[in-house]
Design a protein around this ligand. Structure first.
Ligand code: ADP
Length: 449
């Protein structure tokens, strides 16, 4: 018997995204929600809804016991964790599986391996992925650190093995800064992640962030769905993403794509995953793997026509991949703008009542959002309230359509990042695709000056 009722252990646009894929497959959905989200769209649309706790995510969306109970009470036979929250918690994935509930995600051991950055790098290296030059695993002494840093050349980066979300890393400009930086990084990592393991990496000066979408069936078959360029970042948070990357040729895409697909096949990877690389002067350097669906997955859907959530559900249900590598074609161009409830230029959060809401529409325009007029955006969670994804046959056409779609979007009552996106789409560097991971912060700095 296949999956017939999915509990969605998330909120906001991604909960809706999963609900939509499930209903299109004839599968019922169970929403879980905190008391702050009782009126949320994901709760309204689901077939069943269960309150799992107070506003604080620790007590609700991260409350494993409450979520498992909700699954048992509602008779859900599968759990989709979305992104964030429990999506990369290997222990939770194991608990779900022990309860005879299907986990719509990778094998717990792969979540665990990739969640530890030292282990992830070791595994990626063994699978033949190109790495950022650095220490061979954790650094055990300052002497060792100094030796490695001398070898790879300054500046170097010290990173926490358990770090995440851009936290737990520090640039070390010269040898004189090494000892104090490593000591400080260790104590900060201990405080933030309960683990003071750190490692060293060459600090790349001006790279792009290019990531590959992969999919495995868990039995040794895997495909890649091309790359996404997510170089436009602020404080390591992605702002706008596009596919394909403006700097990759079809040959480079195929070459790198087959390397990552082969690695996933060898690993026996199951479900959706993203392999993140920094890219500089034509070279790829693995930084990490995310063992879940990503916020920016729709740009891949737009250029390949593959429904990634449907694919995740099928694989969790023991079905084969619905597409073979040679059936996956990359057509046209897609860009996603993350729309946050915050000041567009100083980024101060702006939760509250949405008085007016009108989503953009028209050909090749997709809005993933749980917003509606009269909705009160709670202050407790991530500030992303909508994603606008636009497709065009060419990058230029896509940008023209995206500008038009941004003009059409109306969100009143709270501040949003729409004006930031509009400003970015008038910048020659963005129009030319000529930007690295440093670009946005430099641009914001110049605006302020
Ligand atoms: P996290 O898990 O915290 O997101 P990542 O390893 O993915 O950590 O790195 C986050 C971001 O930090 C990257 O997108 C990139 O902007 C920057 N970064 C990471 N490693 C390097 C490096 N070796 N050189 C330069 N920048 C880096």
């Amino acid at each position: 018997m296949g999956i017939s009722r999915i509990l969605i252990a998330n909120r906001g646009e991604i909960a809706l995204r999963i609900h939509r894929a499930a209903h299109e497959m004839g599968i019922e959905t169970v929403a879980v929600h905190s008391t702050a989200d009782a009126d949320a769209m994901h709760v309204r649309l689901a077939d069943h809804a269960i309150c799992i706790g107070p506003p604080s995510a620790t007590d609700s969306y991260l409350n494993q016991a409450a979520i498992i109970s909700a699954a048992e009470i509602s008779g859900a036979d599968a759990i989709h964790p979305g992104y964030g929250f429990l999506s990369e918690n290997a222990q939770f994935a194991e608990i779900v599986e022990t309860h005879d509930i299907k986990w719509i995600g990778p094998k717990p051991e792969h979540i665990r391996t990739m969640g530890d950055k030292v282990e992830a790098k070791r595994t990626a290296g063994a699978l033949g992925l190109p790495l950022v030059p650095g220490s061979d695993g954790a650094i055990s002494s300052i002497e060792e650190a100094a030796e490695v840093a001398e070898q790879i050349g300054y500046p170097v980066l010290v990173k926490a093995a358990s770090g995440g979300g851009g936290r737990g890393m520090k640039v070390i400009p010269t040898a004189a800064d090494l000892a104090s930086a490593v000591a400080q990084a260790k104590s900060e990592a201990k405080a933030a992640f309960g683990d003071d393991t750190v490692y060293l990496e060459k600090y790349l000066g001006n790279p792009r962030h290019i990531e590959f979408q992969v999919f495995g069936d868990g039995n040794g078959n895997a495909v890649h769905l091309g790359e996404r360029d997510c170089s436009l970042q602020r404080r390591h948070q992605k702002v706008l993403e596009e596919a394909p990357s403006p700097v990759l040729s079809q040959e480079e895409r195929q070459r790198m794509g087959s390397i990552v697909a082969k690695a996933m096949a060898e690993m026996g990877y199951r479900g959706a995953g993203t392999i993140e690389f920094l890219w500089e002067n034509g070279e790829f350097y693995f930084i990490e793997m995310n063992t879940r669906l990503q916020v920016e997955h729709p740009v891949t859907e737009a250029i390949t026509g593959v429904d990634l959530v449907r694919e995740q559900i099928r694989i969790a249900d023991g079905k084969p991949l619905s597409v073979q590598q040679d059936e996956i074609e990359f057509k046209g161009h897609a860009i996603e703008c993350r729309i946050n409830a915050e000041d567009p230029f100083n980024f101060i959060p702006s939760p509250g009542l949405v008085t007016t809401y009108h989503a953009a529409g028209g050909m090749h325009v997709r809005v993933d959002s749980g917003l509606y007029a009269g909705y009160r955006i709670p202050p407790y969670y991530d500030s992303m309230i909508a994603k606008l994804i636009v497709y065009g046959r060419t990058r230029e056409g896509c940008i023209m359509r995206l500008r038009r779609a941004l003009e059409e979007m109306v969100i009143e009552g709270v501040k949003t990042s729409i004006p930031l996106h509009e400003a970015l789409l008038n910048e020659p560097d963005i129009l030319d695709g000529n930007y690295s991971i440093k670009w946005l912060e430099e641009w914001l700095g110049e605006r302020e000056a």
